[in-house]
Design a binder for this molecule. Structure first.
Ligand SMILES: NC(=O)c1ccc[n+]([C@@H]2O[C@H](COP(=O)([O-])OP(=O)(O)OC[C@H]3O[C@@H](n4cnc5c(N)ncnc54)[C@H](O)[C@@H]3O)[C@@H](O)[C@H]2O)c1
Length: 251
């Protein structure tokens, strides 16, 4: 059986860890050549090595998605090596670190929007001309259940993730003319390093059991296969949608 993404070129941001790393691995397993971005060059290189070891094709593209000129240059350089990008997964992100509204200073607020919102904007801008020329493209933004439902002590994160939902819907309408589909995944609690030690605390465990009907965290693979489907030809009629694998926490 032909692989879902044979012949496609994909860029996954923040692919040195967690969900992004598994997104990159699953897209590669389905035949895509993957450009692996991460802020951390060693982490990006490790994902590339894992993909190549598994028989896939990948190159690294280190850089901060929140730096407009530098990330645009890095993406253009990578695209010259492997071809114009068909699939963009805007995944790079940081945690909100559980701060009350009055504890969030300007620097933290700016960083949150710089990475999640402007980062997705800059990467989308860098790949769009190529997609328009091919009259084909898939953009998948990584929002969160916090962008859908909010949460206390995380308003900068929730606001940035909600902004990604707005961008997803606006871009879906604006780019449809070029047969470019734009969707978002909005994960619930997924087992990755993003929460650090907090994910091992009694407080976190009790909160999870009280609020998640399926009574467990999700695995990165449970996001990555959804991303692969949304990136495929089989999802060509899906655009502007927010799909939330969250164990039933937000329904
Ligand atoms: N894990 C969850 O429970 C969860 C839930 C909802 C949404 N998300 C979102 O999923 C995405 C991935 O999170 P994760 O849990 O895999 O986290 P993670 O910490 O495991 O991975 C995030 C990766 O992004 C990279 N990164 C951070 N800032 C960057 C930047 N400016 N430029 C390039 N790369 C950068 C990091 O170096 C890291 O490798 C994030 O956008 C996060 O907000 C995660």
């Amino acid at each position: 059986m032909e692989k879902l993404l044979e012949g496609r070129v994909a860029l996954v941001t923040g692919a040195g860890s967690g969900i992004g790393r598994v997104d990159a691995e699953v897209l590669a397993s389905q035949g895509a050549s993957v450009i692996v971005n991460d802020f951390n060059p060693e982490a990006a290189a490790a994902t590339v090595d894992a993909i190549i070891e598994a028989g896939g094709h990948a190159i690294a593209c280190a850089g901060d998605v929140g730096c407009s000129a530098a990330i645009t240059d890095a993406i253009n350089t990578a695209a010259r090596q492997v071809g114009d990008i068909d699939i963009l997964v805007n995944n790079a992100g940081i945690a909100g670190n559980r701060r009350a509204f009055h504890e969030i200073d300007d620097e933290q607020l700016d960083r949150m929007f710089q990475i999640h919102v402007k980062g997705a904007w800059y990467c989308t801008r860098a790949v769009l001309a190529g997609m328009k020329q091919k009259r084909r493209g898939k953009i998948i933004n990584t929002s969160s259940i916090l962008g859908m439902a909010g949460r206390t002590r995380a308003s900068h994160y929730a606001g940035a993730k909600a902004a990604l939902i707005g961008l997803t819907k606006a871009w879906a309408k604006e780019f449809a003319e070029w047969n470019i589909q734009v969707n978002a995944v909005a994960p619930g609690r997924i087992r990755t390093p993003i929460l650090g030690d907090f994910a091992n605390t009694e407080e976190y465990r009790n909160d999870l059991l009280a609020k998640v009907p399926l009574r467990r965290r999700g695995e990165p693979e449970e996001i990555a296969w959804l991303v692969a489907f949304l990136a495929s030809h089989q999802a060509d009629y899906i655009t502007g949608q927010i799909i939330s694998p969250n164990g039933g926490e937000v329904i």
